[in-house]
Design a protein around this ligand. Structure first.
Ligand code: OAD
Length: 236
């Protein structure tokens, strides 16, 4: 096995074949809503009802989708690397829970997750699977009216950046799957990795914005490319 410590970054493209629309595809997720209204702290302060409604619909939609072959293959990779003394660090920009439902045990949701709520007062985070409203109170500090979807909005710092940077500096290979490379800091991981001599690979339907930074790009659907690549990695 050539690569034992692998960091993977996934984006909306890995969930596309499960039926969740990507951000930048025509008719994408922000349809009928301005990003500023539903994905910024200012939007939430202005109209919390609207923001909760927007994320309630997306949370409910999770119940109608299933992980695809790419999610399942990454769970197999996590197991396979572990059995060989290696480690998979799976970082996702996605707020769906399809990696977990596909079987991956450790997932870093750098942009948050739909199945969690965040208290705007004490910053407690808790699992939440139902519809939320501005009146929800925090189970830890009991303050009402400040609970919000646990999503990293524009202008906010993504989660776990120090862990991600540590894992990047300690890996053999960085792989980007199904992301357009348009949103930083995630879009900068490839430069971070290659500047310290790590091998880099991109698996995407089309060339991403940072495609030229990768050692290798394989173009195609994640549901086909990812299982093929995982089999290659796990072949002893
Ligand atoms: P994008 O919608 O920007 O990009 C999705 C990428 O996946 C595109 O490059 C597509 O070509 C590719 N793609 C589509 N279908 C695919 C398939 N079946 N197999 C492989 N690739 C496929 O989504 P992200 O890059 O994830 O941030 O977007 C990054 C961030 O922008 C999101 O996390 C979100 C958004 O603003 C926040 O919400 C903070």
């Amino acid at each position: 096995m050539k690569s034992k410590k692998i960091v993977i970054l996934t984006g909306a493209g890995i969930s596309a074949e499960s039926g969740i629309e990507t951000f930048r595809a025509a008719g994408g997720l922000w349809e009928n809503h301005r990003v500023e209204d539903v994905a910024t702290p200012e939007g939430f302060a202005k109209d919390p009802e609207l923001v909760h409604r927007f994320y309630n619909l997306r949370r409910a939609a999770l119940k109608t989708v299933k992980p695809n072959a790419a999610h399942v293959a990454l769970a197999k990779l996590e197991d396979g690397l572990k059995q060989n003394g290696g480690q998979l660090t799976l970082v996702t920009q996605n707020v769906d829970d399809l990696h977990e439902r596909g079987g991956t045990k450790e997932v870093i949701h750098m942009h948050g997750i739909l199945t969690s709520m965040l208290c705007g007062t004490c910053e407690h985070r808790w699992e939440y699977l139902e519809d939320a409203s501005p009146h929800l109170s925090c189970p830890k500090c009991y303050v009402k009216n400040t609970s919000r979807p646990d999503i990293v909005w524009f202008g906010e710092m993504p989660y776990a950046m120090h862990v991600i940077e540590e894992r990047l500096s300690d890996c053999d290979l960085f792989v980007s799957i199904g992301t357009s490379g348009a949103v930083y800091p995630a879009a900068g991981f490839v430069q971070m990795a290659s500047s310290i001599g790590k091998a880099t690979l991109e698996l995407n339907l089309e060339r991403s914005q940072g495609s030229h930074f990768f050692d290798e790009s394989r173009l195609g659907a994640a549901g086909t490319l990812v299982p093929q690549w995982v089999d290659e990695v796990l072949k002893v």
